[in-house]
Design a protein around this ligand. Structure first.
Ligand SMILES: C[S@@+](CC[C@H](N)C(=O)[O-])C[C@H]1O[C@@H](n2cnc3c(N)ncnc32)[C@H](O)[C@@H]1O
Length: 226
């Protein structure tokens, strides 16, 4: 049985597994000190991101400032393993992958929708980030419990009423110092009060709210056990 079947996805979509090249093959460059080859690769990704903004609208993507925040946060927490819930066409994933490429890390991203998963696969190839991204085409509510941590960076951007479920599943997989970022904590706050209340109250988390763009992010850093 393929992983496709185990995630309950029909035959049309298929399981898009990208980035099977080991992340160990990648050298980690300090941010701001990338050799030319990496700068050229980043330019290729940034061009594709621009192209996506012009040609693939209405797919609920973060905005460019928010994307840059995700990239910088991956670098800041030195994430080797990043996880994204809710890929859409891969816009935020590509930003996250830009960070992971700097840390020598890898991004796993999960998308349930056939068409958007297919677009994401095309975009990862065109952006040249497919070697640092694994796209799992499936229902994150079923996939996440099958994953093994640690994930030093988690980005939650799926249906808002599910955020608390993802947090509860993922919190044990995030090591101290790791970051859990959630999108739309400003513009869709009313749909996720349960999640917001939890990240503000949980003693394992130190949470701030980041105004990087219209959606708004929560940024919760996992605290060392007391
Ligand atoms: C807001 S969009 C993601 C946008 C993307 N992060 C970006 O900024 O480019 C939310 C995505 O989550 C996906 N989604 C919602 N529930 C899901 C689930 N249970 N499993 C996987 N994907 C899910 C939707 O299909 C949709 O494509």
């Amino acid at each position: 049985m393929t992983r496709l079947a185990s995630y309950g996805i029909g035959p049309r979509g298929g399981l898009l597994m990208l980035g099977l090249v080991s992340p160990l093959l990648f050298v980690s460059w300090p941010a701001g000190n990338a050799p030319q080859a990496t700068q050229a690769a980043d330019t290729q990704a940034l061009r594709r991101l621009e192209w996506m903004r012009e040609n693939q609208r209405g797919l609920w993507n973060v905005d460019p400032n928010e994307g840059a925040f995700l990239r910088d946060e991956v670098i800041k927490v030195k994430a080797k393993r990043a996880l994204e819930i809710g890929t859409s066409n891969g816009y935020s994933t590509i930003w996250t992958a830009l960070g992971a490429r700097r840390t020598g890390g890898h991004v796993t991203t999960i998308e349930i929708d056939d068409t958007r998963a297919e677009l994401a696969g095309e975009n990862f190839r065109a952006a040249g980030v497919d070697s640092v991204v694994t796209l799992v085409h499936g229902d994150a509510l079923q996939v996440v419990p099958t994953l093994r941590g640690p994930f030093e960076f988690v980005f939650i951007d799926a249906w808002k009423s599910d955020y608390l479920k993802y947090l509860e599943m993922l919190l044990p997989m995030v090591p101290p110092g790791g970051a859990i970022v959630a999108h739309n904590t400003t513009d869709m706050r009313s749909q996720m009060f349960d999640f917001i209340n939890r990240i503000k109250a949980d003693p394992q988390l130190k949470t701030t709210f980041v105004d990087a763009g219209p959606g708004g992010f929560s940024l919760s850093i996992k605290q060392p056990a007391k």
